[in-house]
Design a protein around this ligand. Sequence first.
Ligand code: UT7
Length: 321
Amino acid sequence: MIWSNVIGTGGYLPATVRSNDDLSRMVDTSDSWIYERTGIKTRRIAAPEETASSMAEIASREAIARAGIDPQSIDMIIVATGTPDRVYPSTACLLQQRLGIRNGVGFDVQAACSGAIFAVSIADQYIKTGFCKTVLVVGSEICSRIVDWNDRATCILFGDGAGAVLLTASDQPGILSTHIHSDGSYEDLLYCPNPQVAIDAQKDEPGVINMRGNEVFKVAVNTLGRIVDETLAANGLQQNAIDWLVPHQANTRIIAATAKKLGMTMDQVILTLETQGNTSSASLLLAFHEGVRDGRIQPGQTILMEAFGAGFTWGSALIKY
Ligand code: UT7
């Protein structure tokens, strides 16, 4: 049997830090409200010249260096992003160019905050079936460019960054299972219009994130609880088989509910929310990278990744590291 093994991780965060106090000078909010309701204290903001592909390149180069592989051996690049450099070419093609790779294939996945899980799931299918040997998965987002900086309900949440993971074929267990879902009937609760290609030009909506946060919150908690059950059942595992929860970083209260469902303490959760905010499809890859880099995640351990986002989309990946 062929498995997908993690051989390298990488991450990139832009230099500029925007604190809750900075935001309280922009909108009617406070550090205490934001921290208590979300767990966020600071987030990073990309410089004007940075793009999803430029950030993806830095995260990818780190993953490639940590894996110690020749970039030319990468035969598929999947970039998850809701903030692509261009409508086309895909950010994955732009990344391919930046990495100097001219073989294989690159394409983007758009599943909002669940994008990294969707991309890992696709990569795993191609590796397991023998069509690809080494796949680079990246989540890269410049959320700051699609946030309404006058909307206190959303601008406090998001940040910019990129995370990368390299997967390769092996005869040893790696990705144990992936589970991805969507239900498009929730469009109105969380969406970002594309003003260039408006569905209804009369609406004249700006291209910023619109979210009914409290309603999203409730669906997210319930749905992530179900995906935990689905993942454990598919692998015939009990809660105590999971060493680390690596969640999409949207809100510490949502993450705490998932940890509770798994019978885990917050010490078994890789949290980056406090200093990074919600970086959408980049967030769980950045968290995974942090856990690997600082040595908390050790070879042989079992990691549950999960995410929930606009669509709604949601999913999980169970990984033997
Ligand atoms: O990543 C993709 C998926 N996204 C998510 O999972 C996000 C899910 N949602 C959330 O994380 C939370 O719903 C939020 C953090 C966005 C909001 O927290 P909440 O506890 O659900 O607050 P709320 O929306 O129910 O608002 C409570 C109050 C409202 O005032 P009133 O109506 O009670 O007077 C809001 O106007 O808090 C007010 N409020 C704020 N006050 C200070 C909303 N935003 C702010 C703010 N500062 N930034």
